[in-house]
Design a binder for this molecule. Structure first.
Ligand code: NIG
Ligand code: FE
Length: 420
């Protein structure tokens, strides 16, 4: 029975099955099976269906059987946008923002991202790794089985590599799967102040090729924003990255409407993230090119900015995903429950749409929709069991963790204290 697991009698088996990514009304279709069962062998899902149907095709005695009566079983969450690895903290900047300073004002005065860059350059690899490992532990406890993680607190060759190596090592040691993104163009470092074009040249010539040579990243991201990297500079970097085989992602239209959504569509990016100020035209183009909009409501909440137009985007046919944006500056949270609450209460998304946005569509945003994001035969068995009977309890239990057990690649990797 080793490695064989059979979950039976789930009150709600939320499969999220279907064509990835989901758009429009399909985002509401969770493929729910009442009294559902899942059979797992060698880390993969082999059967799903009603408990009666699955018990007809498998031999119960070959499996470790887990009774999920009264519980909701669903795919593990995918957090498609994090800045996991960083040194130091910026609690004082948060207190300045409470007094009215804006994120960009703090950045222009030499704080913000470069503040974290100083601390990350100083930190040893071991220090960065143990900080990130603790973050991963709490990420796992919230039912997240895969995250995307960005570099971008080095902005020089050695530190960018150091961050990406930390991700690679942790990915091999920790149950949470890490999809690495190179974000060398996250800010202009002090040594390149006033020479942004030269910094982009440096990233393209010296850092990007080394990251690729070492196989440390799958995606390339850029902070495309007024006063940071222009549309032209972002296009130049992402085009070079594509030539090296790194697929593009963008921090787009976060603070002002710069045309980041339009650029993401032009480059056929895998995702365009933030989009608080995306134009109607930009949204149309994202829909036309099936670029996933990764919306980060906890960042809007933390910066006290208006939320991205999630409802409008879904109605226009954009595949929408949700993520935390975990980072030390604009949004220090790994809370999926908070993201879920904000998306449903303030962005007009239904609980079912939010589930799709945090599973199958998020899996698309990290290039993994063929492997994770739904409970279907052939996929990796990344599954969570809620302590409640339905996915509706996730937003209803505002900001609280409803996850009881987490399964990664067919193995139980986390259980709520006192459970089972
Ligand atoms: O997604 N906007 C750029 N990057 C992050 C913030 C990073 C930081 O402030 O350290 C974001 O909001
Ligand atoms: Fe971000």
């Amino acid at each position: 029975m080793s490695g064989k697991l059979l979950l039976v009698h789930a009150n709600e088996l939320v499969t999220c099955r279907g064509q990835a990514p989901k758009t429009g009304t399909a985002m509401n279709d969770l493929g729910i099976i009442p009294d559902g069962a899942v059979a797992i062998a060698s880390g993969r899902i082999i059967h799903t269906g009603s408990t009666n149907d699955v018990l007809r095709v498998v031999n119960e005695r070959d499996y470790q059987v887990v009774d999920c009566s009264g519980k909701c079983v669903m795919p593990g969450f995918v957090d498609a946008h994090t800045h996991l690895v960083f040194g130091g903290y910026r609690a004082e900047e948060f207190s300045w923002r409470l007094k009215g300073a804006t994120y960009m004002e703090i950045m222009q005065k030499g704080g913000g991202i470069v503040n974290t860059v100083r601390a990350t350059r100083k930190a040893s690899k071991g220090e960065l790794k143990s900080l990130a490992r603790r973050r991963l532990d709490s990420i796992l406890s919230l039912g997240v089985t895969t995250i995307e993680a960005k570099s971008g607190y080095g902005l020089d060759l050695d530190t960018e590599i150091k961050q990406l190596e930390v991700m690679a090592e942790l990915a091999a040691e920790h149950p949470v799967e890490i999809v690495p993104t190179f974000m060398g163009a996250h800010a202009v470092p002090p040594e390149y102040k006033g020479r942004t074009d030269e910094f982009i040249d440096f990233i393209i010539r010296e850092v990007l090729p080394e990251v690729v040579r070492r196989g440390l990243a799958e995606f390339c991201d850029v902070f495309c924003e007024q006063g940071v990297f222009s549309i032209e500079q972002s296009r130049r970097l992402l085009t070079a990255a594509l030539e090296y085989g790194l697929k593009p992602k963008l921090h787009a239209d976060e603070i002002v409407q710069l045309g980041g959504a339009e650029l993401a569509a032009e480059l056929q990016a895998v995702s365009a993230d933030h989009l608080l100020h995306a134009s109607d035209e930009g949204i149309e183009r994202l829909a036309a090119r099936a670029v996933v909009a990764v919306l980060l409501p906890a960042t809007a909440f933390s910066l006290r900015e208006p939320y991205a137009r999630g409802r409008y985007m879904i109605d226009r046919g954009v595949p929408v995903a949700l993520a935390t944006d975990l980072n030390p500056g604009s949004c220090f949270t790994a809370s999926i429950p908070l993201v879920f609450a904000l998306a449903t209460l303030y962005m007009g998304m239904t609980p079912a749409e939010a589930v799709t946005a945090l599973t199958l569509n998020a899996a698309t945003a990290v290039g993994r929709a063929h492997v994770i994001g739904s409970i279907e035969p052939g996929k990796q068995a990344d599954i969570i069991i809620l302590e409640y009977p339905s996915h509706l309890f996730i937003p209803y239990h505002i900001g609280m963790n409803t996850v009881e057990q987490v399964i990664k690649k067919g193995e139980f990797v986390w259980r709520k204290q006192g459970c089972c």
